[in-house]
Design a protein around this ligand. Structure first.
Ligand code: IMP
Length: 191
């Protein structure tokens, strides 16, 4: 089957494409001629994932899915959460977002946090949601050059390395996105 991944984020494509078996043909927005910036104005992660998937499904009539991800920090009452991309301002600047988090977490003992990904699938006009969560904590400083976004300051539970210190395969064995993708694949293969 053909399935469009409704995202403009090449890092997300790379991680999910590495998990998709050959019986599913993953298509990009470029493949269907969609160059639009997808809307994500919902106050929830699931709402944003659905909003992006619905946008593509309504205009292109394809089987598609979208995902939205947030970093939830307990000491910051769950922020940046759904506002993760624009936490330090509208520029979606990863370095500025990380700098703001590290500043707010300076001297804070409880550093527990989690990444949450929701995948919204629209298949034959029906909507389905899949959620993946990985627990961990916020590091005191950046470490690693891999990954993207907040990866240099997130250390998953049971690890001493940040996500940015892992290769894609290792991140893909434990990440929030990999867990949500595994649920998506289970669902697709059960049909
Ligand atoms: P969005 O899901 O594209 O809206 O991303 C929300 C924010 O979280 C952006 O700042 C991303 O860079 C960041 N982000 C999304 N997924 C990950 C991840 O797997 N690791 C680290 N940061 C991420």
């Amino acid at each position: 089957m053909e399935l469009v991944f409704a995202t403009g984020n090449a890092h997300k494509v790379g991680e999910i494409a590495a998990l998709i078996p050959p019986d599913i043909q993953l298509k990009s927005l470029a493949d269907i001629g969609c160059t639009d910036d997808l809307p994500e104005t919902s106050p929830t992660i699931a709402g944003n994932a659905l909003q992006k998937a619905r946008y593509v499904h309504e205009r292109f009539g394809v089987h598609c899915f979208a995902e939205d991800t947030g970093l939830e920090i307990d000491a910051l009452q769950g922020r940046p959460g759904v506002y993760s991309a624009r936490y330090a301002g509208p520029g979606k600047d990863d370095a500025a977002n990380i700098a703001l988090v590290l500043k707010q977490m300076q001297g804070v003992a409880n550093r527990s946090a989690r990444f949450r990904t929701v995948i919204a699938l629209i298949l034959d006009g029906q909507e389905h949601l899949f959620e993946g969560v990985v627990e961990g904590h916020i590091a005191e400083a950046l470490a690693g050059k891999g990954g993207f976004g907040y990866d240099p300051i997130f250390i998953p539970q049971g690890e001493i390395r940040s996500f940015a210190q892992m290769d894609l395969h290792t991140k893909n064995t434990i990440s929030h996105r990999a867990k949500a993708t595994a649920m998506l694949l289970d669902f697709l293969h059960s049909r």
